[in-house]
Design a protein around this ligand. Sequence first.
Ligand code: ACM
Length: 545
Amino acid sequence: MDLIPAPRVAAPREGATPYVFGPRPTLSAGPGTEATARWLRREIGAATGWDLPDTPGARGDVRLAIDPVVAEDLGPEGYRLTVDGSGVDLAGGGAAGLFWGAQTLRQLLGADAYRRAPLPGRTAWSLLPTEISDAPRFGWRGMLLDVARHFMPKDGVLRYIDLLVAHKLNVLHLHLTDDQGWRFESLRHPRLTEVGAWRARSRWGHRASPLWNETPHGGFYTRDDLREIVAYAAERHVRVVPEIDLPGHSQAAIAAYPELGNVDVVDTAALEVWDDWGVNENVLAPTEAVLRFYEGVFEELLELFPVEVSPFVHVGGDECPKAQWKASPAAQERIRELGVGDEDGLQSWFIRHFDRWLAERGRRLIGWDEILEGGLARGAAVSSWRGYAGGIAAAEAGHDVVMCPEQQVYLDHRQADGADEPVPIGYVRSLEDVYRFEPVPPKLDARAAAHVLGAQANVWTEVMENQSRVDYQVFPRLAAFAETVWSHLPEPESRDYAGFEARMTSHYARLDALGVEYRPPGGPLPWQRRPGVLGRPKEGEPPIV
Ligand code: ACM
């Protein structure tokens, strides 16, 4: 069946004859199955030409139900899919499980079920009799999309939501702000997008590259764009987690509102949205006015991301250089006034403020593992990116954790060693390496391991200037990642990578039908290369200065 991610149990019925759909199949949609019925009509209907009319009181070719027995056996995200001589029974433990089952049904129908119109002359669709029981290993199966370094227009984000759900992934972490761009419309602070969403040019390649792309770059999502993205995702059981990064990674905001920066040590009025990559010294000033400004921003954000869709709000907290706070008499005075000891104390004062502020509004803060350094409120969660260590410390201290160690699941890193890899960054992380990623480190005891909500693959876009480049870096590795968070795989070294690779043959055909510009197994196609555009050295090579 070549399902990806692999289901928990799948038993083909040997010798039984396939179920052949007639020209006008029908659907029986039980209570609570409406959204999946809509999705099937829209997606499978487009690919097959079927209308899938409802058949109240009769047994349709495809029967959808929410089933308490499935809920009890497999949980709300679990499903049972049975194909026999009478058609397809799809039962979800909850609406989400039913929806994931519909993704499996689409895979069973074959690659053409991923097209947007039926191929001329294609009328016969059949399924082999089978019985599948399936449920995910983790509740947080995510991908981070950095839309700050390179903006991805709204259509691209909606397309990525479709690509996530085709792999049964259910979290889209949107990195909405950074030094290089602010991508979220604020009514209260309009210059955040009037100024902060645009930069004059971009470094072409890694920061060591001498090349520049002189085309201005930018864009932002309007409030209605974000409402649409959130609703589109929610209908597909995907949670969108917004990130506003602070107190570092803030030059775009400071360029828009110079008073947000450390005005006693930098001429912040002269700053522009950053056109380079790397860690930036221009960080927020530790003032009450800055807190009020960002509270306003978060208030607007919470309105667009309702709690039932996204209880978590990401506040960044990574890579905040302390040089300006060290040099600034005003920041030093704040350290004394607040009694926080030093510059690290200021950083945790920022995070703890929003930790409390979000908790008071019924939300949960999540931040990069640097936020552990100042101590956190109980409900706060951690994205462990600098390896597993932060995640281990957080889980052992009773905090929930999302594992996204850069050494394993940063998809900006190169996929192979060849000189043809476009703008190679960091470690070589092949499809097989990602397949052997394990979200729960073995040293965690059961109590701490239960705090690992799941994992996410992070897609930082400094060297991905458009959707084609994002596709190349993300696929096929996201398919392997999906299996590490959905399927119940053995220990990394015992995983059947050859079997996964064999299933990938069918999956490449699905990705082709979806129009995904993945990295072919044989290496980049000529137009996927970026000859002469410098990347970052590999481990063991001398640093580029
Ligand atoms: C990060 O990669 N700075 C979270």
